[in-house]
Ligand binder design. Structure first.
Ligand code: GTP
Ligand code: SPV
Ligand code: MN
Length: 596
């Protein structure tokens, strides 16, 4: 290895962590097999029944370490205001000092693995290289799936190449010493005392969103928490969309959608490009192009079954890693709303004995799998992986879709009036909390562009960046908002969701291509009667009415809430967003005199 910066850094980190030995991950199948064997021997992972789950592994993280810990995640910029009011901030020297104490000697008696990885296809001008140092084999085995890792990345890096320095140690897994630190100004990530997915697979949220969003701001592109999918119509044209939904709000499911019967029979097809992260750049043709920087999926297990997501089930059948699901003695796994009935007994996500019907002290059913239990699976195993998914140029976007979980007031779909209004709509997104974050389930929070936990700099500057990108994109995608989660008075989802969401995407694409009209509402443009294809759906007129109802009083309160949220950014907030807020208020109360 002849990259000086890499060797110097590795040397310093090894002096600090004091590993017993250092092993370079070369990306070969022989080494992977050997490391897998070692991980099994040490009990770090369990091999699943090779008949049922060929090549699959099982892993359990610590009970206090089963989701990203946003409260322990920091953006460490010299100037506090550069992290902004929505991020935790720590002064960089203080952050290095504090975490340095936890890293000191943390790898004694352990191996430090050096993982060179590429986010994005190797050799694409849009890809970014990182090197993760970790003492966890679970991390190594996962990184080999979700990134392109190994010696070929070093060849690509060359003697002078730049890379993100990513250091991780499980250390003592002490949650009081857990820190997930980002130093965008140093292109560095330090993560200590965690072993859970998004906290430790440092190429994913840490590099590809937090660090990359900061790079994108400097370099004129965008890193977003978005799926990317192609929708092929019966004539064989493929249009691409990117969609930002908060964690556990349906990106994986939408990206792998199976067309509902009336669409399937007409020849509609879906192509998965990515399910979690999109890097967006302006192409020479003036359109916005998207690449998926990842090489695999890290998806939510519960709810995944061959009815809800057959493509995911096919993807995870082999060579996958399952974390925090239910394990049986004979090497099978299960999760709530998974495949078939639960096994008669097993070991639940927290390591305790489990059988169906057990209840928690609070009287609720005791789950076998943690609600945020996950699978890691290679993108190449997805039966509907787009032929374009590794295209170094990416795919051109016809539409951007925002969405969240709202049981009460957000319509099924609406189109924003223009880019600026689209940015406002993304900036004021909110969603009910899920198990993917620590926090009270169901609590509503603002989650601009689904990036609240992932924006690596001041979110006011991020909004500005979106607005400025809009001025530079000559043929911008249209921006839409969707909500699959509206509930009726009885608490039932009104919209059937999943496959049926294609009906909404079809309308979105017809609008994006200017093929049909739409009806104006205060929030945006909604389908004209008959334009949303509901053929074969059991949806009453009153259901449909409820799905699109806009309660002006509730929305005036919501607009006031937007102003309240925006106040946090003070003068740094782009004026345009306040103008959009005023415009929304006046559309909601046309009779009211406009202020000023
Ligand atoms: P992250 O990987 O955390 O970023 O999440 P994601 O956005 O990829 O979420 P995912 O697709 O895994 O969705 C998880 C949850 O959303 C599961 O509980 C699904 O059952 C539910 N879900 C997905 N699509 C729909 C839908 O159309 N309607 C309803 N009601 N639920 C859905
Ligand atoms: C999310 O929480 O949005 C995820 C899982 O995609 S993690 O990689 O853990 O962040
Ligand atoms: Mn995600």
């Amino acid at each position: 290895m002849n990259n000086r910066k890499l060797m110097d850094w590795l040397d310093r980190m090894a002096k600090m962590c004091e590993p017993e030995r250092i092993v370079w991950i070369d990306g070969s199948e022989e080494q992977r097999t050997e490391l897998e064997r070692e991980a099994v021997a040490r009990g770090e992972v369990t091999r699943l029944d090779p008949g049922k789950w060929p090549g699959c592994l099982y892993h359990r993280t610590a009970v206090n370490d089963v989701a990203r810990t946003e409260n322990l995640t920091f953006i460490c910029t010299r100037d506090r205001s550069d992290a902004g009011p929505t991020n935790n901030w720590m002064e960089p020297r203080e952050a290095y000092r504090r975490a340095g104490e936890y890293f000191r000697g943390a790898m004694r008696g352990r191996t430090m693995y050096v993982i060179p990885f590429s986010m994005g296809p190797l050799g694409s001008p849009y890809s970014k290289i990182g090197v993760e140092l970790t003492d966890s084999l679970y991390v190594v085995l996962n990184m080999l799936i979700v990134t392109r890792a190994g010696r070929k990345v070093l060849d690509e890096l060359g003697p002078d190449g730049e890379f993100t320095r990513a250091l991780h140690s499980v250390a003592e897994l002490d949650e009081n010493k857990r820190l997930i630190l980002h130093f965008p100004e140093d292109n560095t990530i330090w993560s200590v005392n965690s072993g859970y997915g998004g906290n430790v697979l440092l190429g994913k949220k840490c590099l590809s969103l937090r660090i990359a969003s900061h790079m994108g701001k400097q370099e004129g592109w965008m890193a977003e928490h978005m799926l990317i999918m192609g929708i092929e119509d019966p004539a064989g044209n493929v249009d691409y969309i990117a969609a930002a939904f908060p964690s556990a709000c349906g990106k994986t499911n939408l990206a792998m959608l199976v067309p509902p019967a009336p669409f399937r029979s007409r020849g509609y097809k879906i192509w998965t490009v990515g399910d979690d992260i999109a890097w967006l750049r302006i192409g020479e043709d003036g359109r916005l192009w998207a690449i998926n920087p990842e090489n695999g999926f890290f998806g939510v297990a519960p709810g995944t079954n061959s009815q809800s997501n057959p493509n995911a089930m096919a993807t995870i059948r082999s060579n996958s890693i399952f974390a925090n699901v239910l394990l049986t003695d004979d090497g099978d796994i299960w999760w709530e709303n998974g495949e078939g009935p639960p096994p008669p007994e097993g070991t639940s996500w927290d390591g305790s004995y489990w059988k169906p019907g057990m209840v928690e002290p609070d009287g609720l059913p005791k789950p076998g799998a943690h609600p945020n239990s996950r699978f890691t699976a290679p993108m190449s195993q997805c039966p509907i992986a787009s032929p374009e998914w590794e295209n170094p140029r990416g795919v051109p976007l016809s539409a951007i879709v925002f969405g969240g979980r709202c049981s009460t007031k957000v319509p099924l779909v609406y189109e924003t009036f223009n880019w600026k209004h689209g940015v406002y709509t993304g900036a004021t997104m909110f969603s009910e909390l899920t198990a993917a974050q620590f926090g009270k389930l169901g609590k509503v929070r603002h989650d601009p562009m689904a990036m609240l936990p992932f924006c690596g700099y001041n979110m006011a500057d991020y909004f500005r960046h979106w607005l400025e990108m809009g001025l530079r994109i000559k043929r911008p995608p249209k921006i839409f908002h969707v909500n699959w989660f509206r509930k009726d008075a009885g608490g039932k989802f009104i919209w059937p969701g999943f496959s049926e969401n294609l009906r909404v995407l079809e309308w979105i694409l017809r609008r994006a291509k200017g093929q049909i009209g739409a009806k104006e509402t205060p929030l945006g443009m909604v389908p004209l009667s008959g334009d949303l294809n509901l053929e074969g759906l059991d949806l009453s007129d009153s259901d449909l009415e409820q799905l699109f109802a806009i309660d002006r009083e509730l929305w005036l309160e919501e607009a006031a809430e937007h102003r309240h949220f925006f106040k946090r950014f003070n003068a740094r907030l782009p004026r345009e967003l306040l103008d959009e807020c005023a415009a929304l208020e006046s559309r909601l109360s046309p009779d009211r005199l406009r202020p000023g």
